[in-house]
Design a protein around this ligand. Structure first.
Ligand code: NI
Length: 190
């Protein structure tokens, strides 16, 4: 008799790239309460992001470091994302089902060095302008309830990046091809 492996595990080999046509597809809403299958997948996504930030585990398990992941990136077209932003004194982390941005600031924000993505190997330098502050509604697996999250700064940017994946949008779609490093005096630079 062999012990049956029941825990789903995502590694870098499971991540699809932007050369895969599925990355451009629309993800479907997920039925709640979560099925066991959906719950396992979202938990595995959250575990991937958490573990990828631990140097030892990341090396041992072949996890490319990340702060977020969307289900489409493992080839599953369902509206689920996980984001983990560690700080010295805590963490912003969510595992969201059917996340919707319900409000957004007029002010923009961008990462000074541009964005990256597990599904993008090519170089796409440039500023990605996003909303500096957003409110996101969805079901959070970590808290096991519907939540409304107010996010700003890096957390807000990561949430927008992952939610973009659910409609097949990649970060470099937002880069101005004619002036990739253009700035915005009103924007928050992160
Ligand atoms: Ni991405």
């Amino acid at each position: 008799m062999f012990a049956r492996m029941i825990t789903m595990k995502i590694t870098s080999k499971d991540i699809i790239l932007d050369t895969d046509e599925r990355i451009r597809m629309q993800s479907e809403p997920v039925q709640l309460p979560l099925s066991n299958e959906d719950r396992e997948l979202l938990q595995a996504m959250l575990d991937y992001v958490r573990n990828s930030q631990n140097d030892e585990i990341a090396k041992a398990e072949d996890l490319q470091p990340a702060v977020g992941i969307a289900a489409v990136q493992v080839g599953v077209l369902k509206q689920m994302i996980a984001v983990v932003i560690p700080y010295e004194d805590g963490v912003d982390e969510v595992a969201l089902v059917n996340p919707k941005i319900i409000s957004e600031s007029v002010q923009n924000a961008y990462l000074d060095n541009g964005e990256g993505c597990l599904s993008v190997k090519g170089e796409h330098p440039g500023h990605v302008f996003r909303h500096a502050r957003i409110k996101v509604r969805g079901y959070d697996l970590i808290q096991d309830k519907n939540v409304t999250i107010s996010a700003e700064g890096y957390f807000a940017i990561c949430l927008q990046h992952e939610i973009d994946h659910l409609s097949g949008t990649l970060f470099y779609d937002h880069i101005d091809a004619n002036n990739p490093w253009k700035s915005d005096d009103e924007a928050e630079v992160i």
